[in-house]
Design a binder for this molecule. Structure first.
Ligand code: FHN
Length: 480
């Protein structure tokens, strides 16, 4: 039986991949710890080249993840039964035979899909990039693919390519577009990997003989040809390729073939989930915010708004706007990006609860975005919380206990303090590493000065009795 490194959980809260140790900066080169059969751009570029390539992404801080595909038709229910866990895994979790799943394609006609509106929604939310599932683990391509007919143009009555429409709109509305691509798992292509959480004893974890085949053949006949299409058919996009769920089928040699292709696109950013020991550009914590970020690495927390990525008609467990906003600020204060998911339904509509929350986050950013975009991590550090002396987390390490009073981000001549828990009278901070010359509230358009009182161990910032925003009011400290 084949042992796979990929660990998927029914409700995925965290995930482990077969990854090497972190990359190290060596002189002006960034070297990874293992020798790759094909050197990736990250193995050979200088720090200055890396900084230039990552610049827009680092400044962006906030992106939209879109999980959309055939799984939005069953929307969490199969044969009259609600299938537990995340919606886009329904084929796997309900062991749906390949032919039955493929029969969804002729029913897929998302006539309400409107690329303009989705891109406008991302912009209204203050998001600076979009990453959409071009092919998820079910193997269905949401784009015009000559490499495989199981796609939205050839196999559905819709006959349109949403990726092309999104690319055109992103270009028009000035926002970046990336493509998620499930390079390893493919449950409808013979030979594609299939991780099955409930059948550990079955070879290849397949549940239908139609899935049997050779992984390398799948890679050569479907995944790599489709990646070529994605990389060459959409103009300057994709700005990002977002790989997912590598298994140990993806040997360094096979992954190297993909890397040789990626290397032809020197501006491209790709994540740490290709497999074959390649580290890519970004760490991708899923459904959590790392207590201290990933010092020295670019990173992006991806999260759902409810408990599923792909649309489920009955999942209404939406996070509050307050939580979403605090997550964004928390992530920015640790130097990361927030990739927040939407799951359109089978007609292409974005659930109203998602639209509402995104617009509210956008309203806050339209006033306070200066404290988020292009900022650097906090100069303080203790405000995010501390590790418990007694409690342990799931991996047996000291548990991180977050604090939710305030966070801080850093600009060239500014320190921003985003206050969640408005104190009475004043906020005390320890002495920052820079000389502070004045202060005001970002949401106060007159920038009226607020009083600062130096104390032996720091600064007391005098505050009005009420916050200017119920979730987060930003204090700006002017610095030299
Ligand atoms: O299995 C997928 C899951 O469906 C979803 O796409 C998430 C998004 O990061 N990635 C995988 C689990 O890690």
């Amino acid at each position: 039986m084949k042992k796979r490194c990929f660990i998927a959980l029914a409700v995925i809260s965290s995930i482990q991949f077969c990854l090497p140790a972190h990359a190290q900066l060596q002189g002006d080169r960034i070297a990874t710890s293992s020798a790759h059969p094909v050197a990736a751009i990250q193995d050979t570029e200088t720090k200055a080249q890396r900084d230039a390539r990552m610049l827009w992404w680092r400044e962006a801080r906030f992106g939209m993840f879109i999980h959309w595909g055939l799984y939005s038709i069953p929307a969490g229910t199969w044969n009259g039964k609600q299938v537990p866990s995340i919606g886009e895994w329904i084929m796997n979790n309900a062991s749906i035979p390949v032919a039955d799943y493929k029969a969804l394609a002729p029913q897929f006609n998302p006539t309400s899909f409107n690329a303009h509106d989705i891109v406008a929604l991302a912009k209204a939310a203050g998001m600076r990039y979009i990453v959409i599932t071009s092919k998820h683990h079910d193997g269905f391509a949401m784009f015009d693919s000559k490499a495989d007919p199981f796609n939205i143009v050839a196999a559905t009555p819709f006959h349109r390519d949403p990726l092309r429409e999104l690319a055109d709109e992103c270009r028009k509305q000035g926002i970046k577009l990336g493509f998620y691509y499930s390079q390893d798992q493919d449950w409808t292509a013979p030979g594609g990997a299939a991780y099955k959480t409930d059948h550990h004893d079955r070879p290849n974890h397949h549940w239908d003989t139609a899935q049997d085949g050779d992984f390398a053949t799948y890679l050569h006949t479907k995944a790599i040809p489709q990646l070529k299409e994605l990389l060459s058919n959409y103009g300057e996009f994709p700005a990002v390729i977002w790989f997912d769920t590598p298994t140990d089928d993806m040997t360094p040699a096979l992954a190297g073939e993909i890397v040789a292709l990626l290397n032809q696109y020197p501006k491209l950013i790709w994540n740490n989930r290709l497999g074959g020991s390649y580290q890519g550009d970004t760490e991708t914590p899923e459904q959590f915010i790392p207590p201290q970020g990933y010092p020295g690495r670019d990173w992006e927390s991806c999260m759902t708004m409810n408990d599923t990525w792909g649309y489920k008609s009955y999942d209404t467990n939406f996070k509050s706007t307050q939580t979403l906003l605090q997550n964004l600020i928390d992530i920015a204060s640790k130097g990361g990006n927030y990739l927040l998911n939407i799951g359109p339904d089978s007609k292409g509509n974005v659930p109203p609860a998602e639209v509402e929350r995104l617009k509210q986050v956008g309203q806050w950013l339209s006033v306070n975005g200066e404290a988020i975009y292009g900022t650097s991590p906090t100069l303080f550090g203790d405000e995010a919380g501390s590790f418990s002396a007694t409690e342990k987390d799931e991996s047996g390490k000291p548990k991180f206990i977050p604090a939710w009073d305030w966070r801080s981000t850093t600009g060239a001549h500014r320190i921003y303090i985003e206050v969640f828990n408005w104190p009475a009278g004043s906020l005390h901070i320890k002495k920052p590493a820079r000389a502070v010359t004045g202060a005001y509230l970002l949401a106060d358009s007159s920038h009226k000065a607020i009083k600062l009182n130096e104390t032996p161990d720091g600064i007391d910032i005098a505050l009005p009795s009420k916050p200017l925003d119920p979730v987060a009011t930003v204090i700006v400290l002017k610095t030299k």
